[in-house]
Design a binder for this molecule. Structure first.
Ligand code: MN
Length: 226
């Protein structure tokens, strides 16, 4: 695995994204990093990343993950990303590769459910457990038949049936950054991005009001507990 493709696509003089060229690579010992970045680029999508062998394996999921085991979400495999990318939240300048606003939507660790991850990836059937702030429990990525040059890049992300399976729309109900609690529009505003474009990736006003009252509710409950 190499970051050559990642580095070729980007100009680090212009983009604030990590170059992946730093020598102090995190050791591969200990828990494996998992992150999902919500990315309002040309199209809104969710970048699903799993640490393996010193890089982040990456898939772009147009609709984001679903907690409902009956719903399969298309996941297009993209170039490996550097480990430091997992902490990146900000704005990629317009005109650059992936230009737009990036949010750390979920973060945590992952555990493969098979001993031989490389062979599971080759077979196109990777089962794993997520220990994130929003996503938990057992999931699978299965390779599917794609078209043309994307033939071997198309996968489906599916939730397994367990106690973390649910029918709620997690993208609508939990739209904020797990790092900063910001919405995409907040990040764009803070970091000099296109606020109007970013806001089209946030839930519409009606559901945002619901989210805000849910936030207030959980704050109130915490206060009551103390
Ligand atoms: Mn992306």
């Amino acid at each position: 695995m190499s970051l050559e493709k990642y580095q070729k696509k980007r100009n680090f003089q212009i983009s604030p994204e990590p170059s992946g060229k730093s020598l102090d690579m995190k050791s591969s010992e200990g828990p494996l990093q998992y992150v999902i970045q919500k990315h309002r680029a040309t199209q809104l999508h969710y970048d699903f990343r799993l640490e393996l062998n010193g890089v982040l394996l990456s898939w772009a999921i147009p609709k984001g993950p679903s907690l409902d085991p009956s719903i399969k979400r298309l996941a297009m495999q993209v170039e490996d990303h550097p480990l430091e990318y997992g902490g990146f939240e900000g704005v990629i300048p317009e005109g650059e590769y992936g230009g737009g606003t990036v949010m750390v939507w979920d973060k945590g660790e992952w555990t493969p459910e098979s001993d031989d991850v490389e062979s599971a990836l080759r077979k196109g059937d990777l089962k794993f457990t997520l220990h994130g702030k929003k996503l938990q429990g057992s999931w699978v990525l299965v390779r599917t038949r794609g078209f043309g040059s994307k033939a071997d890049k198309s996968w489906l992300l599916i939730k397994h049936r367990d106690k973390f399976a649910a029918e709620k729309d997690i993208e609508e109900e939990e739209p904020r950054s797990v790092l900063s609690r910001r919405l995409l529009a907040d990040i764009a505003r803070d970091e000099g991005g296109n606020v109007e474009k970013a806001s089209t990736g946030d839930p519409k006003e009606g559901s945002r009001r619901l989210t805000r009252s849910a936030d207030r509710e959980s704050t109130r409950k915490k206060r009551v507990k103390r």
